[in-house]
Ligand binder design. Sequence first.
Ligand code: TPP
Length: 530
Amino acid sequence: MSKQLLLGDEAIAQAALDAGLSGVYAYPGTPSTEITEYIQTAPITAEKNIHNRWCSNEKTAMEAALGMSFAGKRSLVCMKHVGMNVAADCFINSAITGVKGGMIVIAADDPSMHSSQNEQDSRFYGDFSLIPMYEPSNQQEAYDMVYNGFRFSEQTGEPLLMRIVTRLAHSRSGVERKEQQPQNELSFSEDPSQFILLPGIARKRYKALLQRQDEFIKASESSVYNQYTDGPNKKLGIVACGIGYNYLMENYPDGCEYPVLKIGQYPLPKKQLTQLIEVCDEILVLEDGQPFVEKQLKGYLGIGVKVKGRLDGTLSQDGELNPDNVAQALGKQNKSEFGIPSLVEMRPPALCEGCGHRDMYTVLTQVLREEYPNHKIFSDIGCYTLGVGAPFNAIDSCVDMGASITMAKGASDASLHPAVAVIGDSTFTHSGMTGLLDCVNENTNVTIVISDNETTAMTGGQDSAGTGRLEAICTGLGVAPEHIRIVIPLKKNYEEMKQVIREEIEYRGVSVIIPRRECIQTLARKKRNK
Ligand SMILES: Cc1ncc(C[n+]2csc(CCOP(=O)(O)OP(=O)(O)O)c2C)c(N)n1
């Protein structure tokens, strides 16, 4: 089959399409977004009617994918690592229901927080939910794992979690494709109660899942993704997980002097690990993210095997792996060629010139600073988070998607006035709506600004679930129509905007102000494509 130059994300998407995918379900989030975007534009998607529209959030994505699997077809769920927190309720339970059609969950981790608010390691979710998990070391392996993973998921009857990291998602390499498979036919579980998690059923299924752990370990022991390679120098044995294996081999282009256990499938393969530990004096664990494997090898008291890694300081506890820090951990010379050239200067991101969020913050901060010095602005995640920097220095919080409204609510409950929330349109429909309902139910004294640029700008301009419907959603949730105020964030409207903000702050109840103007980047793109 033909070889193509693909991003890690694209390799995953192509593999899913080649393996007979019936639907991708996702909410955008760096570094996972390109998987769904690739599927959306692939010719076969329209031809075969493969589901590809963005979902409102990661939980709705996970649930819809499970529904597709329930109906016997192959589904893919994609998200950034923090999306796993949103989807976790369904994800953990899907391990207990199991699946019918193959289901693969892609969690794209972002060690070093290139564009994230934390660097949590999704492998803990695999362990927590007790299902098999893959971690590719390169783009070809990412392709192979997804292509074959659907069948593996159907064989085990479990969803499969695949954890990738930014560097793999966003770098390119040649990928050999496999034969196109047809989609599955509609079919249902032979067990009519499989997906009914009432305690009596769930208890049995959970026990069965626990009893299958040895089977999953055996699958890891015979997996092509876990490889033991012997080396002459037994002073050290190396466990290299996912992309960590790639970095290790960059340091040993002619083969490693130490025995190496490459890990690409979990739970950990006991047999190969025991073999490595028995022949080596010390173990070094190379894993991107948190010390997931290292902790398991150390055990609770850390006695027995001498394990080096992130916990003992051989590698830093935070930040991503790279060929340099791997070299240092091996006692090798740092290779400066991997460093960022001094020519590249770090620049903080800023809102685009002409962006409506700018006008919103200009007016909001003027009114609040001059007339309400005790105000606080609870913001959220999106382009408008950049209101944190100069010249606005506007925001007091940014925690997780949706938290602006609910934190403003809590602070208002604590008698702060004015408690102002600033949230984007996509973040609002992702997880702000439920917080707004809480505010409505208690008639909380909050002023909520939904800064509507009619797109999901931060992640590249994907469709936003509430476009054209925000007023209807707010009214439906119970906000009084006279306190849903639409303004156009342009200089010529500053006085009107100020007046609206004053009036709604003076109103001691739930107000929603919607400054609405299309994102200038999406607008420009539309004009270019005309
Ligand atoms: C749980 C979670 N999912 C996804 C993301 C990635 N993400 C950050 S902001 C954002 C949406 C931004 O869209 P919007 O609220 O409309 O604001 P805009 O960027 O358009 O101003 C997304 C998808 C995230 N940070 N957390």
